[in-house]
Write a protein that binds this ligand. Structure first.
Ligand SMILES: *Cc1c(COP(=O)(O)O)cnc(C)c1O
Length: 345
C-alpha cells in the first residue's frame, strides 16, 4: 500500500524549505555565520535552533528503536496532529474519523482546517472501537482515523486485534495517539511501523515525561510520511530552550521511572478510595494517569470539589460519559487531601 494517493496535491508539489543552517550544518566547525541576520553576541539563544533537532532525534531514535528519519517533532503533539490533518485532508472536501468519547483536539483541529469530522462512538459497554460501524461510516473522503489508546477520558486501551484489523481495512491513515502509553503495561505500536505503511504514532513529553511546559510532541511514521511532514512544518518549530530541556529531561531515566511507579501506586490507592464512596457508581479500568468514575451527580460533585479547592475534569457532557468525572493522579499528598475531601461530600 502506497500512501502517496492520500496526500493533498498541493502538499505533494511543495519543495522542502531550506533554512540557512540546513545547508551548511556539519560541513566544518568554526564557520562564520553571517546569513540569518541574528545578533552575533552569544547568550545561549542568539542563534536560530536546529530546524531538524538532530541531537534530540538521535536520542529518541535510540530510546524508541526507530530511525531518526522516522521522527517528526512538534510544538506539542497538538502541532503534530494539526500537521497530519493539513498533509492529508483537503479543506471542504475530506474528513477525519474520531471515536467519541475521546480527546477534544482532533475535532477542533479538523474544524480549524475546514475538514469534516465523522464520529463513530466507542462501544457503550467497554469503550472499544466498533470495527463494522467505522468501516460503514467511512467514505472515499475519509483520510485519517484517530485512535486514542489509552483513550482520554475513559483511560482504557483498545484491543490490539481491533487496532490491527483497522490498520488492515481502513483505507486511509491510522493515527494511534499514545500520549499515555508510558503509564500502560500494553506494548506501544512503534514496533509495528514497518508492517503498516498507513500507521502513524504520536507521543508526547507532556504526560509521563513531566515536561508539559516545554511543548514537545513526537510523531513516528514511515520515512515517506515524515519527509512530507517536514515540508509542511515551520522551519524552527522547536525552540532552542525546548530542545535543550528535552535532551536533559530524557536522560533522567531513573527519576522518571520512579515518578511513574509512584503515579501508578497512587492510582490504585485512589481507585480503592473511590470504590468506597457511596456516591461513586462505577470506576472504569485505566491504563493512564487518570481515573474516570461515574457518580450520582457529576455537576454537583464537580462544583463541591471546586469549593473545597480541588479542580478535576467534568466529562458528563461527553457521549457515553453521563455523570462521569476524570481525576488526574497527583502526588501522594495531593491524593490524600483529595480522598479526605471526597469523604466529606
Ligand atoms: C494530553 C494529550 C495530548 C498531549 O498533547 P501535547 O500537545 O503534546 O501536550 C495528546 N493526546 C491526548 C489524547 C492527550 O490527552
Amino acid at each position: 500500500m502506497s500512501i502517496q494517493h492520500l496526500i493533498r496535491t498541493t502538499i505533494k508539489a511543495l519543495k522542502p524549505y531550506s533554512s540557512a543552517r540546513d545547508e551548511f550544518k556539519g560541513l566544518k566547525d568554526n564557520l562564520i555565520f553571517l546569513d540569518a541576520n541574528e545578533n552575533p553576541f552569544e547568550n545561549g539563544v542568539n542563534r536560530y535552533p536546529d530546524p531538524q533537532q538532530q541531537r534530540l532525534k538521535l536520542l529518541l531514535s535510540e530510546m524508541k528503536n526507530v530511525q531518526p528519519e522516522q521522527i517528526l517533532l512538534g510544538n506539542g503533539s497538538d502541532e503534530v496532529l494539526d500537521l497530519l490533518i493539513r498533509m492529508f485532508c483537503e479543506p471542504n472536501q475530506d474528513n477525519i474519523i474520531i471515536l467519541p468519547p475521546t480527546y477534544g483536539m482532533y475535532e477542533v483541529l479538523a474544524d480549524i482546517n475546514a475538514v469534516k469530522t465523522i464520529k463513530v462512538n466507542l462501544s457503550a459497554s467497554s469503550f472499544q472501537p466498533q470495527l463494522s460501524d467505522i468501516l460503514e461510516r467511512a467514505n472515499e473522503y475519509s483520510k485519517i482515523l484517530f485512535l486514542c489508546s489509552p483513550n482520554n477520558p475513559t483511560g482504557n486501551s483498545f484491543e490490539a486485534s481491533t487496532i490491527e484489523s483497522l490498520l488492515r481495512t481502513f483505507k486511509g491513515i491510522v493515527v494511534i495517539d499514545e500520549a499515555y502509553i508510558d503509564f500502560s503495561n500494553k506494548e506501544s505500536w512503534l514496533s509495528q511501523l514497518h508492517n503498516f505503511p498507513n500507521l502513524v504514532i504520536t507521543q508526547t513529553l507532556s504526560k509521563a515525561y513531566g515536561m508539559a511546559g516545554i511543548r514537545l510532541g513526537m510523531c513516528f511514521a514511515s520515512t515517506e510520511i515524515i519527509s512530507t511532514l517536514n515540508k509542511i512544518k515551520a522551519p524552527y518549530n522547536i525552540n532552542e530552550l525546548t530542545q535543550k530541556k528535552a535532551l536533559e529531561g530524557l536522560r533522567k531515566h531513573s527519576a522518571l521511572k520512579e515518578q511513574i511507579a509512584s503515579i501508578l501506586t497512587e492510582r490504585s490507592t485512589l481507585a480503592e478510595a473511590l470504590d468506597h464512596l457511596p456516591y461513586v457508581e462505577k470506576i472504569f479500568p485505566t491504563d493512564a494517569n487518570f481515573i474516570m468514575a461515574k457518580v450520582d451527580d457529576a455537576n454537583q460533585r464537580y462544583q463541591q470539589l471546586i469549593e473545597k479547592g480541588v479542580v478535576i475534569r467534568n466529562r458528563t457532557s461527553q457521549p457515553l460519559c453521563e455523570n462521569c468525572l476524570r481525576f488526574t493522579i497527583g502526588t501522594n499528598e495531593e491524593n490524600r487531601r483529595l480522598v479526605q475531601i471526597l469523604k466529606t461530600l
